[in-house]
Design a protein around this ligand. Structure first.
Ligand SMILES: Nc1ncnc2c1ncn2[C@@H]1O[C@H](COP(=O)(O)OP(=O)(O)OP(=O)(O)O)[C@@H](O)[C@H]1O
Ligand SMILES: [Mg+2]
Length: 256
């Protein structure tokens, strides 16, 4: 089953920043992705939901070349990821922000050093003589944590770490942001704060976002459109309001 609505017909004229066709990825006998397809349109918040172990992280890793798809096509802003050499892959990665599952800050570095890291890595994208201190401060102000500049990750709460990780993702001014479980492990109030922050950032920098989650509340608030990943395929697509009304048991299971 697919396309619970005809929304894909309506949106097809919009610019696609990600276009995935028939992606397959197995680990031995474990066929994780089995012909998955999706489009991310410019400026939208697309949520992909799937239960634990359904292949959400594998999908996002295939997108940024951390895993290699066995077959299929992954086109990001005109680049065919499955065929890129190292240099072009790095160039593409400089346009994509990736918020890893968990916060993945470097524990032995201060907040400032954590934020310097992507700046140095993608130095070429910035003008010579950039004021990295000003960029870092602006990134921290974006997430309301300017005062943590010289703190160590161990001194921060889970929610603060997540916000710092988001600041680090934003520092390279990505055109696309990939979020892997941005609210997992956070209490409902902190989750809400993170979601509001994501929406604010989306508006300010006009990014296109792919948000992987199993948090229904997160999806309801943030999704312009949703895809349900079941059995390795895009099992259903639609808005939250469309999908929540579905009678298919596999779709209903998500909204219990
Ligand atoms: N490098 C790997 N080698 C072997 N199997 C892997 C590897 N990475 C992922 N898998 C398997 O692929 C499947 C999907 O894993 P994935 O991490 O994408 O799940 P997920 O949907 O992100 O789950 P969660 O919601 O718990 O994060 C799992 O069965 C997992 O064991
Ligand atoms: Mg995962």
């Amino acid at each position: 089953m697919n396309d619970t609505t005809n929304s894909s017909n309506v949106t097809d004229t919009r610019e696609k920043v990600i276009d995935i066709k028939d992606v397959k990825k197995s680990f031995g006998d474990n066929h994780v992705l089995n012909g998955f397809k999706m489009q991310l349109y410019k400026g939208e918040n697309l949520v992909i939901m799937g239960k634990s172990g359904s292949g959400k992280s594998v999908l996002i890793k295939c997108l940024v070349g951390l895993e290699t798809a066995d077959s299929g096509s992954i086109n990001i802003m005109g680049y065919e990821v499955t065929q890129l050499n190292r240099t072009l892959l790095d160039k593409l990665r400089a346009e994509i922000g990736f918020l890893f599952q968990g916060s993945a800050l470097y524990d032995s570095m201060t907040v400032k050093e954590n934020l310097e890291f992507p700046l140095r890595r993608h130095e070429k994208r910035f003008e010579k003589g950039m004021d990295s201190n000003a960029i870092i401060l602006e990134a921290l102000e974006n997430v309301g944590l300017a005062h943590t500049l010289n703190m160590m990750p161990s001194e921060l709460s889970g929610g603060m770490k997540r916000r710092i990780a988001l600041a680090r993702t934003l520092i390279i001014r990505p055109k696309i942001i990939l979020y892997d479980e941005p609210t997992s492990g956070l209490d409902p109030i902190t989750s809400k704060e993170i979601i509001e922050l994501m929406l604010r950032i989306q508006k300010k920098y006009e990014t296109s976002s792919l948000i992987i989650t199993h948090d229904v509340d997160c999806a309801r608030v943030i999704a312009d459109r949703m895809i349900l990943l079941v059995d390795g395929i895009n099992y259903a697509e639609g808005t939250y309001n469309e999908l929540v009304k579905a009678i298919d048991p596999k779709i209903k299971a998500f909204f219990k």
